[in-house]
Ligand binder design. Structure first.
Ligand code: AKG
Length: 400
């Protein structure tokens, strides 16, 4: 089959001037050659390419499409949805909630909590936390700050529109726009938040203060969760922190505009997170679903709660004891929906060290030999950036 493949300058990121369109007679024979997902159309037609280019040149994202008066979902966002994929799920499946109250003062409670965290990470790969120590006002202000950014005038948003991954603050729509077969119905403001945060002048003034405050708070919570995860594996509390898992934070402020034809597109298609762990703040709109026991289960919005999920690298380090699970976001005809995803991982290739990550030796035995290879963050990230959202786990090529 003839496929159109787009080469872009990796040095400068997505530059329309550096686009070259060529025809390939077979898929690109990269080291990782995943099978296509059945849900997504896999051929870039010339029409789609020009549609994508003019969308990118607008620099105002999906929100800009609606602002221009369009009332139908443009073809570049169309996803081949299997109707059975959106059928209602078994409502008896209760999404795990873990109450962190008193875990630092009551050792019996801590043991209980560690146990709950252990089973949630093993069975679901996801859970919500309440009484986590971040004030609800901070959470609300963070959601508001992200909303303010996306709802300001298009010209103001454009100033931040950028594809350079090394940039500490950037606005874009669809991180893998040219690689994905269908674009997602969402826009993003991204912050490389730790360990070298942007300076105040680089930050949008509408959310500068709250992003700085939220970064500190969410990192603190991340350290607490990593301690619980370490204990849940029978390791010393500081294990993951000492492995630098709580060092690098990448914060994405997502804006999912109300969608005129939600059955045609998705907020984000099925994927796993390529990181150690993610902490997600979502508003009350809903739409996030996780794949559990082969069914899509809603992650119910709980006021004041935060959603935690295990990323691919933690699944690798725990040799599958903790699982990195597929999730997705449905688009809705209500909204906008706002969420803030904090990825615990370095997404800047130039900052990657040569540190190796592999299955933790203390967890291995003759009955439980390593099922993954040791890799550096640079290898993980290079593979991550080389691929679109193709519906496959980033872990697959790392299995022994
Ligand atoms: O917005 C959400 O609820 C989830 C976002 C997500 O899965 C992602 O950005 O990878």
């Amino acid at each position: 089959m003839i496929r159109y493949h787009i080469f872009l300058s990796m040095a400068t990121g997505f530059s329309l001037h550096s686009l070259h369109l060529t025809k390939l007679h077979s898929p690109n024979p990269t080291m990782h050659n995943p099978k296509p997902s059945p849900r997504v159309c896999h051929t870039h037609s010339p029409n789609r390419i020009s549609e994508v280019i003019s969308f990118e040149e607008s620099k105002t994202g999906v929100k800009g499409i609606l602002e221009s008066g369009v009332t139908k979902v443009p073809p570049m966002f169309h996803v081949n949805l299997d109707p059975t994929d959106t059928s209602p799920t078994d409502s008896s499946l209760a999404f795990p909630i873990v109450d962190l109250r008193d875990i630092d003062t009551d050792s019996a409670r801590r043991v209980e909590v560690v146990d709950r965290v252990q089973s949630a990470c093993h069975e679901w790969g996801f859970f919500q936390v309440v009484n986590h120590g971040i004030d609800v006002e901070v959470l609300e202000e963070m959601l508001d700050g992200i909303r303010r950014f996306h709802e300001q005038d298009g010209e103001e948003r454009k100033r931040f529109y950028c594809r350079e991954k090394e940039k500490k603050v950037r606005y874009f729509s669809n991180g893998k726009l040219l690689r994905d077969m269908a674009a997602h119905w969402r826009d993003t403001i991204a912050f490389v938040a730790n360990p070298h945060p942007p300076n105040a002048a680089e930050m949008p003034h509408v959310c500068r203060d709250i992003v700085t405050e939220y970064t500190k708070k969410v990192r603190g919570l991340g350290i607490t969760i990593f301690e619980l995860l370490s204990e849940a594996l029978g390791l010393k509390s500081s294990y993951f922190k000492e492995m630098d898992c709580a060092e690098a934070l990448y914060i994405l402020g997502q804006y999912y505009p109300q969608c005129p034809e939600p059955e045609l597109t998705m907020g984000i298609t099925k994927h796993t997170d390529c990181d150690f762990m993610t902490i997600l703040l979502q508003d009350q709109i809903g739409g996030l679903q996780v794949l559990h026991q082969n069914q899509w289960v809603d992650v119910p919005p709980v006021h004041g709660a935060l959603v935690i999920n295990i990323g691919d690298i933690l699944q690798l380090m725990t040799n599958d004891r903790f699982i990195s699970v597929y999730h997705r976001v449905l688009s809705k005809n209500i909204g906008p929906r706002i969420s803030v995803a904090t990825f615990f991982m370095n997404f800047t290739i130039s900052e990657c060290t040569s540190k190796l990550y592999g299955p933790i030796k203390e967890l291995l035995s003759e009955e439980n030999p390593p099922v993954y290879m040791d890799v550096t963050m640079k290898e993980i990230l290079t593979n991550y950036y080389a691929r679109g959202h193709d519906g496959n786990s980033y872990l697959r090529p790392l299995r022994l």
